[in-house]
Design a protein around this ligand. Structure first.
Ligand code: TUI
Length: 306
């Protein structure tokens, strides 16, 4: 299947895996790329050595293109931005900020640059700055989120820019992908669905929590201080939201979340840890290989659009 995104990234299917913190390592990225999508290593807040090693491991596990997601709020963002150039990464996506200061370095290195934009204004600014495509990510996504929904953001971004648009947020199957294409997208990015993939290193408890999630199981914390994060409801979200209601100082709330994503993803503490997942978690009912996921989605998508 050909779209401007499959051409740009050199991939078979217009399906991109989200760069989820702690979950999207070289195992997942290479499995998605081997299945014909675009796998991403999520740099999150990891230091440069870890990311350099993961890029090298991924190169051993696939000869297909893969990318790195640079999380711009990371204290190591400058280092990771340089490492992707040094290691010859083909595609970089960015999240949680404006990647403007790295653009020239990446463009000079021939890297395809695809920032996540949670607003039309940022998408326009990024197109002017010369990026190759944008990811319009709706608030249905897991993790750090913007405010507009996928249904409203994708068509507005598609109207505002001429570069290709990738839709993200709330997409978990071929029906969601078909809907995104109807809104003007030329590819989709999915995180939560790939979090439960066999090849994903997330703890089994984390996968099981997503698989048993219901439609209304997600919460948004951090709205009171302007850094909203979507995750599944548990003892941690209840405590965090109580603190927000009671006006507890920000620093106090931050203590609660320090290391909490790691404890859920790596150690499997899905009660007191942060279980980042999108609103689509309720739709995801089984664990599969990345190839099964991508083949199933493409089959559903083709049936919908033909
Ligand atoms: O980045 C994400 N999702 C993430 S990053 C992450 S790591 C984290 N862990 C704990 C707390 C916070 C983060 C977990 N999930 N998605 C991409 C995304 N980017 N969503 C929204 C945005 C965004 C928001 C504001 C992009 C740009 C922006 O402003 C740009 C500007 O003008 O500064």
């Amino acid at each position: 299947m050909k779209t401007r995104i499959t051409e740009l990234c050199g991939i078979e299917y217009p399906i991109i895996q989200g760069g989820m913190a702690w979950a999207a390592d070289h195992h997942l990225a290479s499995a998605v790329s081997n299945a014909g999508g675009l796998g991403l290593i999520g740099a999150a807040s990891a230091p440069e050595d870890v990311i350099r090693q993961q890029i090298r491991e991924a190169k051993q596990m696939t000869d297909k293109p893969f990318g790195v997601n640079v999380m711009l709020m990371s204290p190591y963002a400058d280092d990771v931005a340089r490492v992707v150039v040094e290691e010859g990464v083909k595609v970089v996506t960015t999240g949680a900020g404006n990647p403007g200061k790295y653009l020239k370095m990446w463009q000079d290195a021939g890297i395809k640059v695809i920032p996540v934009c949670a607003s039309v204004a940022l998408a326009r600014m990024m197109e002017k700055a010369g990026v190759d495509a944008v990811i319009a990510e709706g608030t249905e996504s897991g993790g750090h989120i913007g405010y507009a929904t996928t249904m409203t953001l994708v068509p507005q971004v598609a109207d505002a820019v001429s570069i290709p648009v990738i839709a993200a947020g709330g997409i978990g199957d071929g029906r969601g992908m078909a809907a995104a294409f109807m809104l003007g997208a030329e590819a989709v990015q999915m995180g939560t669905r790939f979090c439960v993939a066999n090849e994903c290193i997330t703890h089994q408890n984390y996968k099981d929590r997503i698989i048993k999630a219901k439609d209304i199981d997600s919460e948004v914390t951090g709205l009171t201080h302007g850094h909203p994060v979507r995750c599944l409801r548990n003892a941690m979200t209840k405590e965090y939201l109580r603190m927000e209601r009671e006006g507890v100082p920000f620093e106090e709330m931050e203590k609660l979340t320090l290391g909490s994503l790691r404890s859920a993803v790596v150690d499997g503490d899905v009660k007191n840890g942060t279980v980042m997942a999108g609103q689509i978690a309720g739709l995801i009912k089984k664990q599969q290989s990345c190839r099964e996921i991508i083949d199933e989605i493409m089959e559903e998508f083709t049936a919908k659009v033909s």
